[in-house]
Design a protein around this ligand. Structure first.
Ligand SMILES: [Fe+2]
Length: 221
């Protein structure tokens, strides 16, 4: 996909620019360099190789799942367009809790995968599968079976002392209308003492910091 991902050929430019900015503004602001790393099932070795090579030059990374097996067992992007979503996952739209479960199983795989010493510390948008929930009239809440899987995932994240991205981007998507990872996962994560880190998931400068004051709902009294 060329619309969202960084091209390999741009990697060095990304590092040289961000490292220059880190030095230039060192006194004013702490700038972290990093990636939202895609977890692609079956490509663990490649992901680890990437992290082994570049991880030492990063300070913060997020591990996210954007692709899932869909039609003809191909990997389909689940947050690109509604048309693409229906093309890849139409057989599951009538069984939305199964659709959710497929996604959550990938999250489980992603947090348990051996991605080496530079594995991302933070897990991104665990509820991304609900990005088009209002378009497809998907259930607002995870059912009992999915909640059990979510608890299992969160127990692992807590034991690993990793953290969750608290991400407001979904609130501004016309068919999501919720923050990531949503109320259910947030409450279960808070119960387990998993730290949240506020993120904008910005794809443009004007999106940075949108919904920032929502971070206060996670603040301890
Ligand atoms: Fe993402």
């Amino acid at each position: 996909m060329t619309t969202a991902a960084l091209a390999w050929s741009d990697l060095e430019d990304y590092f040289s620019l961000t490292e220059k900015l880190q030095k230039k503004y060192a006194k004013d602001i702490q700038i972290s360099v990093g990636f939202e790393v895609d977890y692609l099932p079956g490509f663990e070795r490649e992901i680890k190789a990437f992290l082994d090579e570049y991880g030492a030059r990063t300070q913060q990374n997020i591990l996210s799942v954007h692709f899932m097996q869909g039609k003809e067992n191909g990997l389909w992007c689940l947050d690109y367009t509604t048309a693409d979503f229906v093309d890849g996952f139409s057989s599951l739209l009538q069984k939305p809790q199964q659709l959710y479960q497929m996604y959550l199983k990938l999250i489980y795989q992603s947090v348990t995968a051996d991605l080496g010493q530079y594995r991302p510390q933070r897990i991104g948008h665990m509820s991304l599968i609900k990005k088009y929930q209002d378009y497809f009239k998907l259930p607002e809440f995870f059912d009992e079976a999915n909640l059990n899987l979510i608890k299992k995932i969160l127990d692992i994240i807590a034991a690993q002392k990793r953290e969750l991205d608290f991400n407001t981007a979904g609130m501004y998507k016309p068919y999501c209308n919720d923050f990531y990872p949503g109320k259910q996962i947030t409450e279960l994560a808070v119960q387990r003492g998993i730290p949240f880190v506020f993120g904008s998931d910005a794809h443009g400068i004007d999106e940075v910091g949108r919904g920032y004051h929502l971070k206060n709902i996670l603040a301890k009294p």
